[in-house]
Design a protein around this ligand. Structure first.
Ligand code: SF4
Length: 322
């Protein structure tokens, strides 16, 4: 898994939110996504992970920076043909299966939206046949084609959203909190389905979640975001075995352990201090106000996001470049 599919270079997405006020939702983020991998992206609500996903998907124009797909820039102006090709290769699964499906449309039309947008010359029966195949692929049945979204459970609706995303054989999928709105009992089923489909169709995922324990099972690598910046990125295993950034350490220490004895001994890093307003981020490290290791250097200088050992990136002054 070393072939780069997507490269995000110094990406920024700012929003003007008032007189002389700028919300830096995504602030100079750079990373790569390899073909066939799942990159989990975690962080508190409002840290910019969904904005990052949407900017990659061209739903927002970046303020600056670049997104490259297979080495080609896709973040600027594209011709109609390039735009269509981009839509075919990259699809999105949304968080809320209740909101993301049009309640007035039948499942057949929801799932076939992608096919229709690519102007595939299918007859009515071929189109329906294709939709049935997709529904069966995600664990639904033929008789579901004529039903409306309100006739399904949350887990089933998310399966419809997945079938819609798969309709035009994408290579890359941004799954934006796809399990957060589902019952815990259903979450594992949807994650297993995504894993199965990844194996079957060699898909690459950017899997966004607010809970780091949620992404461990599905992700090859995990990135942690804080106030619009990526603060740590490494393999899932290393992230859990040897987290470096104090924010990641706090996130991991909050996960309850299944073994009652170990749980009793678990020492939790409680974050104190206040989270700065995202429209008024102070100089230096953004995590300064909550970090127990903060020094004068941290208050003055923004730490670079750098590789401290092979494949392990962190933005913290405690770890110097080797
Ligand atoms: Fe804490 Fe300083 Fe590292 Fe920021 S740079 S996380 S304040 S030690």
């Amino acid at each position: 898994m070393s072939e780069v599919l997507l490269e995000i270079k110094n990406l920024k997405k700012y929003f003007e939110v008032g007189k002389n006020q700028t919300l830096k939702a995504v602030d100079d983020v750079s990373f790569q996504i390899y073909k066939g991998e799942t990159l989990g992206l975690v962080g508190e609500s409002g840290c910019g992970k969904s904005t990052l996903g949407r900017t990659i998907m061209r739903l927002y124009h970046p303020t600056s920076g670049e997104v490259l797909y297979n080495g080609k820039t896709i973040s600027g102006h594209l011709s109609r043909g390039e735009e269509k090709e981009c839509c075919r290769k990259m699809q999105m699964i949304f968080q809320d299966p209740y909101m993301s499906l049009d309640p007035r449309m039948k499942v057949v039309d929801i799932v076939a939206e992608g096919l229709d947008s690519q102007n595939t010359a299918l007859s009515r029966s071929e189109r329906e046949e294709q939709v049935v195949k997709l529904l069966e692929m995600v664990g639904l049945q033929k008789e579901h084609v004529g039903r409306f979204p309100h006739e399904f459970s949350g887990g089933q609706r998310q399966r419809i959203g997945i079938a819609r995303a798969l309709a035009i054989n994408p290579e890359f999928i941004v799954a934006d909190e796809p399990i957060s709105a589902l019952d815990v009992s259903i979450q594992a089923q949807v994650v297993n389905l995504l894993k199965k489909l990844q194996d079957e169709f060699s898909l690459t995922y950017l899997f966004i979640a607010h809970d780091i324990s949620m992404v461990k099972y599905i992700s090859n690598r995990i990135g942690v975001m804080y106030l619009g910046s990526l603060v740590e990125l490494t393999s899932s295993q290393t992230m859990f075995d040897n987290p470096l950034h104090p924010y990641t350490q706090a996130l991991l220490s909050a996960i309850p352990l299944p073994d009652p004895k170990a749980e009793k001994k678990r020492s939790r890093v409680v974050l104190e201090g206040t989270v700065p307003s995202p429209v008024n981020i102070p100089d230096g490290c953004k995590f300064c106000s909550r970090c127990r290791y903060a020094t004068d250097e941290c208050r003055k200088t923004t730490p670079n996001f750098h590789e401290v050992e092979e494949g392990h990136w962190v933005a913290c002054h405690r770890y110097k470049k080797p």
